[in-house]
Unconditional design. Structure first.
Length: 449
């Protein structure tokens, strides 16, 4: 196997054995699972940079030097093509997204494979061995040997090219065909995990390559402390568009954490209906049922039929949240009952909703109830969602089980943190007590002596 760090600086000889320069870089053609090296970049006399086609002019790389198949007089020089990437310039020491391991790593070296006269890029070395090899191959071998003597192994950490996605690209200098399509293929929660590992500038750059749907889903999945900062770093037009495509409760949570001026600008740029839904939720205190709820619900009238309800479902927008229950209001607008989608599907089309809805002892919460109480009710009664009603019994929205899970997870994390802090404090107290006891014993012993 070959490594880019071992090739850089090696001499380049023409067919006649004349040294014409030293290797400065290799170019690959993107778009392949394991891309071929397509061009050789080298520095000639006076450090003048040159680039030639690998396929046309390179006979072989023998481990010590590149040997060309033509004399220097037969070389026609070329330029970096739009679909090519220079390995040393564009990848070495750069951050990449490992889309397989769902993390951000730094490229310390690049591993290549010989296939006849061709070289192919296998992947990036992101471990300590790449750093040691970059210092000097003998240092890598020495450290690996010492580790082996004490029963340890320092393995390579190679990320295959097909699991790599670049960050920090300067698109004004080189046009790359490697895009963030792989990030578009990941689950939004995995994208969120990756984005949280980036600095704000990198995060904003990645968002430019995500479509609006994927971007809004990823922001919704991010931890609270990153959501507002991420939107604050985007231009107002796109930030407003992403907020408007989120579920109102998620959008309201983020808006609460934005600076007031920024929040108002985004809401004014938004569609009136979306902005009204968010403003309505902002009227409730955070960490309450009102602050948690979403207003995206399907509500029908008691006199409607099953056929009416199914027709209403058919006309819902594609991005409407998953529906587990239909809610039924009486003639005065008060919540009268609830029925599951399963009950709806199994009933005859002409059946009145009032005849199949569940109306006895409805489980509801008031908007000012704490999020812990809401989560407890959802857990206790095994509900997918719980209605939020006002004092008159009119339905305001619902809190879904995923929001309840978030509350429970936060409580668990806080408990772990408290236990850790308490344990650490007890450990410190124990260490201090042990030191004090030792000093006392030594003092007594010295006094007795």
């Amino acid at each position: 196997m070959l490594y880019l760090s071992q090739m850089l600086g090696r001499p380049v000889f023409d067919e006649d054995g004349e040294r014409i320069g030293s290797i400065s870089d290799l170019a690959i053609q993107t778009g392949e699972v394991f891309p071929r090296v397509t061009s050789l970049a080298f520095k000639g006399p006076g450090n003048v940079p040159f680039m030639i086609s690998w396929r046309k002019y390179v006979d072989r790389y023998d481990g010590d030097a590149v040997r060309l198949a033509v004399p220097s007089t037969g070389i026609r020089f070329s330029y970096l093509q739009p679909q090519e990437v220079l390995l040393a310039r564009d990848l070495m020491d750069r951050q990449i997204v490992d889309t397989h391991g769902m993390k951000v790593v730094r490229v310390n070296d690049l591993k290549l494979s010989e296939s006849g006269t061709q070289l192919r890029l296998l992947g990036a070395e992101v471990g300590i061995r790449g750093i040691l090899r970059g210092l000097a191959p003998w240092i890598e071998r020495a450290v690996a040997g010492c580790a082996k003597l004490v029963g340890k192994r320092i393995d390579e950490q190679i990320i295959a090219w097909n699991y790599m996605d670049l960050l920090d690209r300067d698109l004004s200098k080189v046009q790359l065909s490697v895009t963030h399509t792989r990030l578009n293929e990941l689950h939004p929660a995995d994208v969120a995990d990756i984005l949280e590992q980036l600095d704000p500038a990198q995060r904003a750059a990645v968002f430019e390559h995500l479509d609006d749907e994927r971007a809004s889903d990823a922001i919704s999945e991010m931890e609270d402390e990153y959501q507002a900062d991420t939107l604050d770093d985007l231009d107002d037009a796109r930030a407003s568009k992403l907020l408007g495509s989120m579920e109102p409760d998620d959008a309201a949570d983020i808006v609460r954490d934005l600076p007031y001026e920024k929040a108002e600008r985004l809401l004014r740029l938004m569609g009136m209906e979306d902005a009204a839904d968010i403003r309505n939720l902002l009227g409730y205190r955070d960490e309450t049922a009102g602050g948690m709820m979403t207003t995206q619900v399907v509500a029908m009238q008691a006199g409607d039929t099953v056929a009416d309800a199914i027709e209403a479902l058919r006309h819902l927008p594609e991005d409407f949240p998953s529906i587990h229950y239909l809610y039924v209001n009486d003639e005065y607008g008060k919540l009268a009952g609830v029925l599951s989608v399963r009950s709806l599907v199994l009933a005859q089309p002409e059946t009145k909703l009032a005849d199949i809805m569940f109306s006895d002892d409805l489980i509801t919460v008031l908007p000012d109830e704490s999020e812990d109480e809401v989560a407890e009710s959802i857990s206790k009664y095994n509900l997918w969602a719980i209605p939020v009603v006002d004092e008159r019994g009119e339905m305001l929205g619902i809190v879904t089980f995923d929001d309840a899970i978030d509350v429970i997870e936060d409580d668990v994390e806080e408990t772990k943190s408290d236990n850790f802090t308490r344990g650490a404090l007890l450990s410190i107290i124990g260490i201090v007590a042990l030191i004090a006891y030792t000093l006392v014993v030594l003092h007594i012993a010295g006094y007795a002596g």
